[in-house]
Design a protein. Structure first.
Length: 285
């Protein structure tokens, strides 16, 4: 029987309405709109498109948005100086460093320069460490969105065997930590995993963030499993596909996220949620 679709577009609408309500409440408490600053270095077209989308979203939901655009050849000191300045501004609630940075810049030290309380992307090692310890943390948007898709579709995680394919700091690792927090038993797979299929076939939950179109086939999936595909791969014809061979896996899984329309639309809504969390926490501090 074909799988149930885990519909990211519908969930994104729901999350957006919740964020809007939270932003109205927060605006009253702060006596100003919550604010997000994106720091972008250079004019990479994909980054510019993404930042524009974020800016539009913020405007539409009542968040003050500011872009700090640094030239492509900006030295590391200028980037750090900008972040340090933003950290100190009381009316800046969230800061996002647009990645990737140009090759001459060191992303690790830029992230370390962020005030972790304003790190709405959840990339600062303090947030990653808190998450790893099972403590409240600002969690990267993409895996946080994956968890919302699972939870709000009533997928049971407690006691289930789960696998995450991918171990990046922004998707795979935090997703694994979140699944552990939800009482799943989790295996992290990566490019050196031997016989990926034999690991995945043991699992009722499979989350994939590898950036390899068609990596996951029906033969690797346990019948009745839930499959979350974070993969975002642009084909030669411009179409978007995930890491999962959707047509065949949808025949065997119980539930699956489509690409597009699955994890992608939820991600930006989680950014708003993180901004609300960050601003609320600073209000209480
Ligand atoms: P990275 O390239 O940082 O990480 C990819 C991970 O996949 C690595 O851990 C790598 O292993 C693993 N991997 C690669 N090939 C294989 C393989 N053949 N078998 C098993 N594991 C493999 O990517 P990201 O985590 O940043 O992104 C992953 C995907 O998610 C991309 O398609 C990206 O576009 C997408 N993405 C989607 C978002 C969304 O909102 N839906 C947001 C962010 C990313 P190793 O560590 O050994 O190299």
């Amino acid at each position: 029987m074909p799988a149930t679709m885990l519909d990211g577009r519908a969930l994104a609408q729901e999350l957006r309405q919740e964020a809007e309500a939270a932003i109205v409440e927060l605006t009253a408490k702060l006596t100003r709109a919550p604010s997000l600053v994106v720091v972008q270095v250079g004019d990479d077209p994909a980054s510019t498109r993404y930042v524009r989308t974020i800016g539009r979203l913020c405007k539409n939901v009542g968040v003050t948005f500011q872009l700090e655009l640094l030239p492509n050849d900006a030295p590391q000191a200028d980037l750090i100086g900008t972040l340090t300045h933003l950290n100190q501004q009381p009316d800046v609630d969230g800061i996002l460093i647009q990645m990737p940075l140009p090759g001459h810049l060191d992303a690790t030290s830029a992230i370390l320069a962020l005030d972790h309380r304003k790190d709405v992307d959840g990339v600062h090692p303090i947030n990653a460490g808190l998450l790893a310890q099972g403590q409240p943390a600002i969690v990267p948007n993409t895996p946080a969105g994956g968890m919302e898709l699972l939870r709000r579709n009533g997928i049971t995680l407690r006691g289930k065997r789960a696998a995450v394919v991918g171990r990046s700091a922004i998707v795979g690792r935090p997703m694994a930590q979140l699944l552990v927090q939800a009482d799943a038993t989790v295996t992290i797979c990566h490019s050196r995993t031997n016989d990926l299929g034999s690991v995945l076939r043991e699992c009722e939950i499979v989350c994939v963030a590898a950036g390899r179109p068609g990596l996951i086939t029906a033969a690797m999936i346990k019948p009745g499993a839930t499959v979350v595909d974070f993969g975002t791969n642009v084909c030669d014809d411009g179409s978007l596909v995930g890491d999962v061979d959707f047509a065949s896996v949808a025949e065997i899984a119980a539930a699956i996220t489509p690409v597009p329309g699955g994890t992608g639309p939820v991600t930006n809504m989680m950014l708003l949620k993180n901004l609300v969390t960050a601003a609320s926490a600073r209000l209480k501090a």
